[in-house]
Ligand binder design. Structure first.
Ligand SMILES: *[C@@H]1O[C@H](CO)[C@@H](O)[C@H](O)[C@H]1NC(C)=O
Ligand SMILES: *[C@@H]1O[C@H](CO)[C@@H](O)[C@H](O)[C@H]1NC(C)=O
Ligand SMILES: *[C@@H]1O[C@H](CO)[C@@H](O)[C@H](O)[C@H]1NC(C)=O
Ligand SMILES: *[C@@H]1O[C@H](CO)[C@@H](O)[C@H](O)[C@H]1NC(C)=O
Length: 346
């Protein structure tokens, strides 16, 4: 049958050819018919002979990721260089743009919101926010891994998602969002997949405490026209939020500072085998060049970074705590005494 049909058609066309009264259009039509039949027969033929297996093999071979060359990348860097293939879009001309994986590991009210907006002002960075603030995503390690896979495959959507030319992808992860609880598995994941950790801590844990208490207060009080804001974009708004002076329970103060300290130290210990950098909020605020270290750490092109965030608590601590005298007397002579004095210039 396969050989028979084309012959028949050819005979037809041979018969038609001599008679000159048929216009060119008709000739074209016949030609097209012959071609379509040919293709149809080919498809039939392939189907009947069980060729699909072969064509699958061909497909798989073509789908195999084209290895991207890494010119100039030292051998030691190779584990940290990735070429993700998102399932939802193509990276097009940036398919061979190397992508670095990172995670900002921090604690609430340590400047990570501000830091993340700085990073996201870079055209090649997508830092997707506090994705593990949603409980289901961190309810067990398989949920965590599934979420991480999606992020690092460039399939996570957030307002920070950039174009296909993203060169560093990450998010921020608070220590109390499953990170410490599942640290063994997470360290393993980071090391296997070449994820770099950016620790962001605050040196003055007393200031952090003030910020936590003030933020907790605003969650209920909603001081800005009835909405709660964790971060603000204007001095006026910042001043409204800074007006509230929290009272610190001095019974628990030293114990709580110790606990915060320990968490940071434990996190560093757990992740010491992971490629990482440790940053302090105070250093970033005081020395703007410090942010450039992060770009270097992520091997990103230098850019000027900016954020619209406005710092809320800018006054000396003594002006920002209701029961300052009690706090002062509690910390005086302890290992945390320096927190009482260490104020940075704004
Ligand atoms: C950064 O993004 C820009 C704009 O999308 C792109 O042209 C450039 O190749 C990217 N650079 C790197 C190092 O990925
Ligand atoms: C992990 O958590 C997810 C989301 O809460 C849940 O659907 C899933 O059943 C859990 N898996 C295991 C193994 O517990
Ligand atoms: C509250 O709303 C008023 C009127 O809409 C506006 O003028 C003012 O700027 C708002 N204040 C804050 C702190 O958002
Ligand atoms: C401080 O904390 C302790 C222990 O939780 C509690 O017993 C005490 O009432 C608190 N003090 C104030 C002033 O809230």
């Amino acid at each position: 049958m396969v050989g028979f049909l084309p012959t028949l058609l050819m005979q037809d066309s041979l018969i038609i050819k001599p008679s000159k009264k048929y216009p060119l259009v008709l000739w074209m039509a016949v030609l097209a018919l012959v071609m379509i039949s040919g293709v149809y027969i080919c498809i039939l033929c392939l189907r009947q002979k069980g060729i699909p297996e072969t064509s699958n093999v061909i497909k798989v071979r073509f789908k195999e990721p084209q290895p991207c060359p890494h010119p100039g990348i030292p051998q030691s860097e190779v584990p940290y260089v990735h070429y993700p293939e998102p399932t939802t879009y193509r990276r097009n001309e940036c398919a061979c743009t190397a992508v670095r994986f990172f995670a900002i590991l921090s604690m609430q009210r340590s400047g990570s919101g501000w830091f993340e907006t700085l990073l996201n002002s870079h055209v090649n960075v997508s830092s997707n926010g506090e994705i593990f603030s949603v409980k289901e995503r961190r309810s067990n390690i398989s949920s965590i891994v599934r979420t991480l896979d999606k992020v690092y495959n460039l399939d996570w959507y957030s307002s920070a998602s950039k174009n296909e030319c993203t060169a560093a992808i990450g998010f921020k992860w608070m220590l109390n969002q499953g990170l410490m609880q599942h640290h063994d598995e997470i360290v393993k994941y980071f090391n296997q997949r070449g994820v770099s950790a950016i620790f962001l801590f605050r040196r003055n844990l007393l200031r952090r405490m003030v910020s936590v208490l003030a933020n907790t207060h605003d969650r209920d009080a909603k001081q800005l026209n009835g909405t709660h804001k964790a971060h603000v974009h204007s001095r006026d708004e910042a001043d409204v939020l800074a007006r509230y002076k929290p009272t610190i329970n001095t019974t628990l103060l030293v114990a709580e500072l110790k606990q915060m300290d320990k968490w940071g130290a434990d996190a560093l210990e757990y992740f010491k085998s992971t490629r990482h950098v440790v940053l302090y909020y105070e250093d970033l605020v005081n020395k703007r060049n410090k942010v450039k270290d992060v770009l270097k750490f992520l091997r990103l092109p230098k850019r000027k970074l900016s954020s619209r965030h406005v710092k809320i608590h800018t006054r000396p601590l003594s002006d920002q705590v209701e029961n300052w005298d009690a706090v002062y007397n509690t910390l005086k002579g302890t290992e945390y005494e320096s927190f009482l004095h260490a104020d940075y210039q704004m």
